[in-house]
Design a binder for this molecule. Sequence first.
Ligand code: ADP
Ligand code: MG
Length: 280
Amino acid sequence: MIHLQGVGFRYPSVAESGAGEWVLSNLDVTIHRGEYLAVMGPNGSGKSTMARLFNGLLLPTEGVLTVDGLDPHDTEAVWEIRRRVGMVFQNPDNQIVATTVIDDIAFGLENRGVPRDEMVKRIQDAMARVGLTSLEKAAPHHLSGGQKQRLAIAGVLAMRPSVIIFDEATSMLDPLGRKEVLAAMQSLHQEGTTVIHITHSADEALQAERLLVMDKGQVVREGKPLHIFSHPEELEELFLEVPMFIDLRERLRRQGMALSRDSANSEELVEELWGLLSKG
Ligand code: ADP
Ligand code: MG
């Protein structure tokens, strides 16, 4: 779906007319159609910049990038890339453009000149998919954080994208809002949409099929989230959050408890602990 080969990127420098530091370098990344990918990494490691390359908002300084076979250097293709790869951002309030839920979802479609009948169909469908149908006449600024983010998702869905990138889209939400947005990601994935979730939360990353860890503009780890988190000593210099049960397990191991690294969740860890304690 998205393919990067030897991609490097630098923002134009503010000081001189030349280019600034390399923000991304030598990136080889393939994102498969329909996959659910999480991206983690310290602040400033290049996650948002990479996301903006994925949807054609930025162009690579060097290397090759294609989205569905389209080259973003082609000015015709770049609009199609932006339609196919939607983004949901961190701040729910900054993404609202209209005074009712329906008008907010309609905004992007109107800009693209989508015919009236088609528009109505797409808006109804988008609202249903994120559970906002009963709120169609509501004023967006009266919605909860989770509802606002679901509205942002609906706006993206109405464009019929094949990929949706969530750039820390859960980080400003309360626990309920987070749950709502994570459930929406899960169902989008089940319906075949490619989901890319940039997050600082290990528990959220565990929900994905694959995890990319970035540091200083490069991918430094790649694989199943549980597998990457299972060796937290290798992640120390990155200050990444690891799931609580893994943190606890590793502390107990360091204190000499004969726990395996096989547990996949807190229930399995507790079970193994009981086994050890009852033996001993
Ligand atoms: P992350 O999302 O992982 O926190 P970013 O992609 O936002 O990282 O930033 C990566 C690097 O690029 C940082 O050093 C940041 O200061 C720099 N950067 C981000 N946006 C811009 C910009 N618009 N102009 C210049 N430098 C930028
Ligand atoms: Mg960012």
